[in-house]
Design a protein around this ligand. Structure first.
Ligand SMILES: [Zn+2]
Length: 309
């Protein structure tokens, strides 16, 4: 019997008419900033910890401003988990005040890609790198629900195996893209880890953050590159206005090059419920299929159970 259970038993024995267990019996609550953290955390937590994401589907974490109701949710959560590394740019102060666990601070800095002297936060694009955060997440969940520690550990191992299978499937799919087409041209620079992992060259209209609009000169210079190198496609992102991508397609057309719209990628948020990209593995699968097909490859058969329901 745990100490809590003993205390309850003792109280019940003393005063059977009053049951003072409501507070201790409540499920602890973990609030993660983004779905890419909340989704695997929720599977590892099971029924032991209630896990939610602060920033919903389709919203850009770089620009996200907390609403008054968000401040309340942050205050009511037993634990707040963020990635940091500049991802939740406008939440920094609020996160510091809630004593949030900043996952990015727990990583070996040698694993981080550099962007003009600052770390690139888009780590989730590499399932192998993202998997390295699972033990930290599981450790936090086990602290919040010590009675569940063993189950949490078991589910963490299952999740790590899922991430490994995801990476294997993605590697096989991406390898099918022909050598001349292995360029990933996107709206903002969210795909450096992805490109590094799967052997693509990464080009973006905009930098790491989405704070400023891309310049006409930047768009024109990329259009020239795309035309000279016959880059087949450019991709839009669910969290960004597609204006800059349309401008790039027009600028390439003016140079006589047809730059196809490769499709929509999930960069900085999971998809809406029912989209198939509403889980972290589903997001990676959707991106890999979109990119592979647009660049002339063939996605590998999807293993059973890779994308959770
Ligand atoms: Zn981003």
């Amino acid at each position: 019997m745990t100490y809590a259970a003993k205390a309850v038993a003792f109280c019940l024995a003393l005063a059977p008419a009053v049951v003072p267990v409501a507070a201790s019996a409540e499920t602890p609550r973990l609030l993660a900033t983004v779905g890419m953290i909340a989704d695997p955390a929720a599977r590892i937590a099971g029924d032991c910890v209630a896990v939610e994401a602060l920033i919903g589907p389709g919203l850009d974490p770089h620009l996200y401003q907390p609403r008054p109701s968000d401040i309340e949710r942050l205050r009511q959560a037993d634990r707040v988990v963020a990635l940091g590394l500049g991802l939740e740019g406008r939440l920094g102060d609020v996160l510091a005040r809630t004593g949030a666990l900043i996952l990015g601070d727990t990583l070996d800095p040698a694993w981080l890609l550099d962007d003009d002297g600052a770390p690139d936060p888009h780590l989730w694009m590499d399932p192998q790198l993202w998997s390295s955060l699972l033990p930290t997440l599981a450790g936090t969940l086990a602290e919040m629900a010590p009675d569940c520690a063993q189950d949490i550990d078991t589910r963490m191992a299952e999740e790590a195996a899922r991430f490994e299978a995801l990476d294997t499937w993605a590697t096989e799919s991406m390898a099918s893209i022909p050598a001349g087409a292995r360029v990933l041209l996107t709206a903002h620079d969210a795909f450096a880890y992805f490109s590094e992992r799967y052997g693509l060259e990464n080009l973006a209209i905009q930098g790491i953050s989405t704070e400023s609009e891309p310049s006409i000169a930047a768009i024109d210079s990329l259009a020239r590159d795309a035309a000279e190198r016959a880059i087949p496609a450019v991709f839009i992102e669910t969290t960004l206005n597609p204006r800059a991508v349309r401008a790039l397609i027009e600028a390439a057309a003016a140079r006589g090059h047809t730059l196809a719209l490769g499709g929509e990628l999930y960069s900085d948020a999971l998809g809406e419920p029912g989209s198939g990209a509403d889980t972290y593995p589903g997001m990676i699968v959707a991106n890999v299929i979109t990119i592979t097909e647009a660049l002339g490859g063939t996605p590998a058969p999807l293993p059973e159970g890779l994308v959770p329901h």
